[in-house]
Design a protein. Structure first.
Length: 438
């Protein structure tokens, strides 16, 4: 039997010497990536539990699905990129689909499952790359920026910093509210720690605010280590009845489209930083995409929203991670989290709001890639960005972006600049609005 600690085994699996790295470097890189993204095992269950899903089951689904994605990415594709339920996609699942449209969470999980199957199919036939390459840069970047604003609104609303106002729609909340003050303190803490390059800035902030909240009597301490919760309440609970209506098909499309840009952008960006691109292209791209899409199907089966590559993987790359051993290390640590569910359930919602707000800041940075000097590019991008938070719907923001891009280009006598894929999507969205409404 092979000794799992034998460096030769790691060499065969991950080609460490070919990538100029070592077992120790890869393990440290995996730990670094884990510390920067492990906040998701706390944040994701809290967000999805608002749909009525069992928080313990979602916690287990989050850990296991993330581990599955990391293992496939590491062992099959040999990339130092970790995966977990995506921020933004979990918010869309909860606040737009389930709470906004009144869709039962079981049907929403069915939509996630179907989007994963479409991903697998498209990955094999290279349709995924064709779609990404066909869409204008302004629309790609505006979708990311719009999701960032959507997350910010959710964070501020959830913490009580922003509240509903019948006269102005929204207004500032009670500045004396301890939850709101602690949420803003947590955000400032994350920014400060990140500025000084402290590893695990997000999770450290979440834990610090949780400790303060418990000390003030605002949260209940439920322990640190405990038995693994049952995943039964969410396992295999996808409901496909009523899934193939026009409104739910648009939901599947949004899950597909948002994860398409998110995952592809992360894969290329992190790989570029690691020096893994060859002639500007990503080798073994089909394997990396297969890891992503398979993890989505596994996640929906277990009971969580879409799985996606994490941009926080760049932290591990900066620490020297170059192979799949980094991703496998993250996967092992994600499984180890299973025994820390009491700690995760001790965290109040306002302690995770800073993480959402911080991720929103990171995603808004995509807006700098938009050509603001060309109004035919800038205007559709702007509409995409603002419609997401103002309509409280990622789907409507994407729709307005595609429709306005096609219409503005047409009226400005630049119809030839519109790729066929954009025309197709724009017409489909316009037909949906016209015949079925928002």
């Amino acid at each position: 039997m092979s000794n799992p600690s034998n460096p030769n085994l790691f060499e065969r699996l991950f080609k460490l010497s070919e990538h100029g790295t070592s077992v120790r470097t890869e393990l440290l890189a995996g730990l670094t990536t884990f510390l920067t993204m492990c906040y998701i095992v706390i944040v994701n269950p809290l967000i999805l539990s608002e749909t009525g899903m069992d928080i313990g089951a979602v916690f287990v689904a989050t850990c296991i699905s993330a581990a599955i994605g990391c293992f496939i990415m590491g062992l099959f594709a040999n990339y130092p990129i970790a995966l977990a339920p995506g921020m933004g996609l979990n918010a869309y699942f909860t606040y737009a689909v389930v709470k906004g449209m009144g869709v039962p969470w079981q049907i929403a999980l069915g939509a996630v499952f179907m989007s994963g199957l479409i991903f697998i199919l498209f990955s094999f036939f290279k349709v995924r790359e064709a779609i990404v390459n066909a869409l204008p840069m302004s629309l790609k970047m505006s979708i990311a920026a719009g999701v960032g604003l959507f997350l910010a609104l959710i964070a501020l609303k959830g913490a009580g910093v922003i509240v509903a106002n019948p006269a102005t729609l929204v207004s500032m909340g009670d500045v004396h509210n301890p939850a709101a003050l602690l949420a803003m303190l947590g955000f400032v803490m994350i920014v400060m720690l990140d500025y000084y390059r402290v590893r695990g800035a997000i999770i450290l902030s979440i834990l610090a605010i949780t400790v303060i909240a418990i000390a003030m009597g605002l949260a209940e301490f439920k322990g640190v280590v405990g038995s693994v919760p049952s995943v039964a309440p969410t396992f295999m609970q996808m409901d496909f009845n009523g899934l193939f209506t026009a409104s739910m098909i648009s939901v599947i499309f949004v899950f597909f489209l948002v994860d398409l840009f998110d995952s592809t952008g992360t894969l290329v960006g992190v790989s570029h930083r690691a020096g893994l691109l060859q002639d500007g292209k990503l080798p073994r791209l089909k394997r990396a995409l297969f890891a992503d899409s398979t993890a989505i199907v596994a996640g929906a089966t277990l009971g969580t929203s879409s799985i996606t590559p994490y941009v926080e993987s760049a932290a591990g790359v900066s620490a020297g991670g170059r192979t799949g051993l980094t991703a496998v290390t993250v996967g092992v640590l994600m499984l180890a989290c299973l025994w820390f569910s009491p700690l995760a359930q001790s965290v109040p919602a306002f302690a995770t709001a800073p993480a959402l707000l911080y991720v929103g800041v990171q995603m808004m940075r995509s807006a700098v890639e938009i050509d603001w000097n060309d109004l035919t590019e800038a205007a559709p991008a702007f509409l995409t960005i603002v419609f997401m938070p103002f309509s409280y719907s990622i789907a409507d923001g994407i729709a307005m972006g595609f429709i306005s891009y096609a219409v503005i280009k047409l009226l400005c006598n630049r119809a030839k600049d519109v790729p066929p894929m954009v025309w197709i999507v724009a017409v489909l969205w316009a037909a949906k609005f016209w015949f079925l409404g928002a």
